[in-house]
Design a protein around this ligand. Structure first.
Ligand SMILES: Nc1nc2c(ncn2[C@@H]2O[C@H](COP(=O)(O)OP(=O)(O)OP(=O)(O)O)[C@@H](O)[C@H]2O)c(=O)[nH]1
Ligand SMILES: Nc1nc2c(ncn2[C@@H]2O[C@H](COP(=O)(O)OP(=O)(O)OP(=O)(O)O)[C@@H](O)[C@H]2O)c(=O)[nH]1
Ligand SMILES: [Mg+2]
Ligand SMILES: [Mg+2]
Lengths: 290, 269
């Protein structure tokens, strides 16, 4: 496991006292394996190891009495630097705030939309859920069911076209004094030109306070390409990583952040409406690196 | 995704990058690179292709179709494509003239029953369901009872998505398997683990835990139409000897293939 691999690396470093070139190489190899097994992308691991190695080779580390601690700290700082801090939703009071959720099929958008509405409700902010998946069987029913079960407002009068639906929802919001809406889009592949065109079409016609990439934490090396693909079609404002309650290490989170530069705002930790947590980089790093 | 150049154009680093980026994992990759060295391989790409072919050939991908009704149970993690795969498999069997019955075994997730019902209506096949929150074992029992009465040819059972870390949900699956065996007097023809092709190393843990809960006989590898090659199944097949029986290549009813070795390797390499 990742934790075992990194503990191996740290044990190795600590047992060495002063570090030789060979020691550094060997320890970094263990770290590299650990990151790859945590699903961090190959190219990113290469970059991180390179940076750690450069700093580890500095005189102050080699001559240090606690080189192991130094290297561990260097690695930790590199990961923290990549991940960045949690960033809140871009909600501006007295304005219309549209939050759009996008991502691959089955990654947790509909469930997360409901969780976000619930999260905002607990902050005293009312959010309208807008079913925006016109393709998947019973997609609208799923969001309506989640809304009804949890006392959330959902826009029921949906047509079957994205742009007219959103226009109608906006006028509904105006009439009813609702300032926040969460748009649950259909799952789509970043390589599906038609579906990505539908997305960019909607993105171009309305103003969004947040466009959040929702991704399963269990995704592997492909996370890099998927995140890049979505970020090239719409200007993402952040990511939400679901299924943090699985045993996946979540290296995809690092890949997302690295390739898009966008912050991670939340993690999904289960199927209940309350299973949404604000992103804490420390928690993610300790999960990735044990 | 990473594509390999033929024969001598690919260096060891290219091979390593290819294997890692296609989710073969560190263990498989390091072992393979060792093999390349030990065998002083001149055509590493050809050697890799042969190794993958051998692994895929080492398992029997044919479907178990004995007995009536043929019973398939679909299990897997959340959002992997179980419900959609059931619709596709129903279409597959219906087109062979078989009488198919669906069992809405996901009694937990919002609108799960509605989703499968819509597929049943599209396919014009019967579906057995109870209300949300009912015991899945009870729906499975009732469904099989109905299937036996109606002398249906194929029964496809949906189950709720679940993560491998939830022991109680794994126990629930074991119970479903027992209910099936008790009702039809034998084990299900297939217990299919539905696996998303984008999944990384967690797929190994999914297989590890699901196979402890139920007797997984095959894998449905979904979303292979996406940008992921599903390379993770190669180390999984090598280690667990569980065959991939179906491949999902889209969201439509016809987007299903019986596992095809050539198709799989060509989209991978
Ligand atoms: N264990 C767990 N399951 C989750 C989490 N988030 C969502 N799910 C489950 O994942 C499955 C897929 O969730 P959906 O919300 O339907 O995913 P989606 O992205 O809307 O799917 P499409 O609309 O088909 O693209 C459901 O079974 C959810 O209950 C999470 O954080 N943990
Ligand atoms: N592109 C593509 N999408 C797929 C494929 N199989 C399933 N999907 C999509 O993946 C999403 C999830 O599919 P479901 O069938 O609801 O998955 P599930 O495993 O039943 O989900 P839960 O019951 O919530 O655990 C849907 O949007 C499907 O259309 C596939 O082979 N290719
Ligand atoms: Mg959805
Ligand atoms: Mg389902």
């Amino acid at each position: 496991s990742l934790k075992n691999n990194l503990q191996k690396a740290f044990k190795f470093f600590r047992s060495k006292g002063r570090l030789s070139e060979q020691d550094i190489k060997e320890g970094l190899r263990e770290i590299r394996v650990a990151l790859l097994e945590a699903d961090v992308n190959y190219k990113i691991v290469k970059e991180v190891i390179k940076r750690v190695e450069e700093q580890a080779r500095s005189q102050k580390v080699i001559e240090s009495l606690t080189p192991a601690e130094q290297i561990i700290t260097i690695l930790y700082n590199e990961l923290v630097a990549i991940l960045g801090d949690a960033v809140p939703l871009n909600i501006v009071p007295n304005e219309t705030n549209l939050i759009m959720l996008v991502g691959l099929q089955g990654n947790g958008k509909t469930t997360t939309a409901a969780k976000l509405a619930y999260f905002l409700k607990n902050q005293g902010k009312k959010a309208l859920l807008i079913p925006f998946d016109f393709k998947r069987p019973a997609a609208k029913e799923q969001l309506v069911a989640l809304a009804e079960k949890n006392g959330l407002e959902v826009f029921r009068d949906t047509l079957i076209e994205p742009v007219p639906t959103l226009e109608k929802a906006l006028s509904y919001m105006q009439k009813n004094g609702i300032q926040i809406a969460i748009i649950d889009t259909a799952g789509r592949k970043e390589i599906d030109e038609e579906m990505m065109r539908e997305l960019s079409d909607v993105y171009a016609k309305f103003k969004f306070s947040d466009v959040l990439f929702v991704s399963d934490s269990t995704i592997g090396q492909g996370a890099l390409k998927v995140a890049k693909g979505f970020s090239e079609i719409v200007d993402l404002t952040g990511g939400i990583f679901t299924k943090f309650d699985s045993s996946a290490k979540g290296g995809a989170i690092l890949s997302f952040r690295y390739v898009t530069g966008k912050p991670i705002k939340f993690v999904g930790t289960g199927e209940k409406i309350t299973d949404l947590e604000v992103f804490y980089p420390d928690r993610v790093i300790s999960r990735i690196v044990g | 995704r990473k594509i390999l150049k033929r024969k001598t154009d690919s260096t060891i680093d290219d091979i390593e990058e290819f294997l890692i980026e296609n989710n073969f994992g560190v263990e498989f990759t390091e072992h393979f690179l060792e093999e390349l060295k030990e065998n002083r391989v001149k055509d590493p790409v050809g050697f890799l292709r042969k190794k993958i072919e051998d692994i895929l050939d080492s398992v029997d991908t044919s479907l178990s179709l004995d007995g009536r009704p043929i019973v398939f149970l679909f299990v897997g993690t959340n959002g992997s494509g179980k419900t959609t795969s059931i619709a596709k498999v129903a279409y597959f069997f219906r087109n062979q003239g078989k009488k198919v019955l669906l069992i809405a075994g996901d009694t937990f997730r919002a609108a799960a029953i509605e989703q499968l019902t819509k597929w049943a209506d599209k396919l014009n096949v019967p579906i057995v369901k109870q209300q949300l929150g009912s015991d899945p074992a009870s729906v499975v029992f009732d469904g099989l009872e109905s299937a036996l009465k109606k002398k249906v040819d194929v029964v496809l059972i949906d189950s709720a998505g679940r993560v491998e870390t939830k022991k109680n949900l794994m126990n629930e699956l074991s119970k479903l398997q027992r209910v099936i065996e008790k009702k039809i007097g034998r084990s299900a023809n297939e217990v299919l683990l539905v696996l998303d092709a984008y999944t990384g190393q967690n797929a190994v843990e999914q297989v590890e835990v699901f196979t402890q809960a139920v007797n997984v006989t095959g894998i449905v590898l979904t979303k292979l139409d996406g940008s992921s090659s599903g390379g993770i199944i190669v180390p999984i097949i090598e280690r667990y000897k569980i065959p991939v029986k179906f491949i999902g290549v889209g969201e439509g009813i016809g987007d299903l293939k019986l596992f095809d070795k050539e198709f799989y390797i060509n989209q991978l390499m």
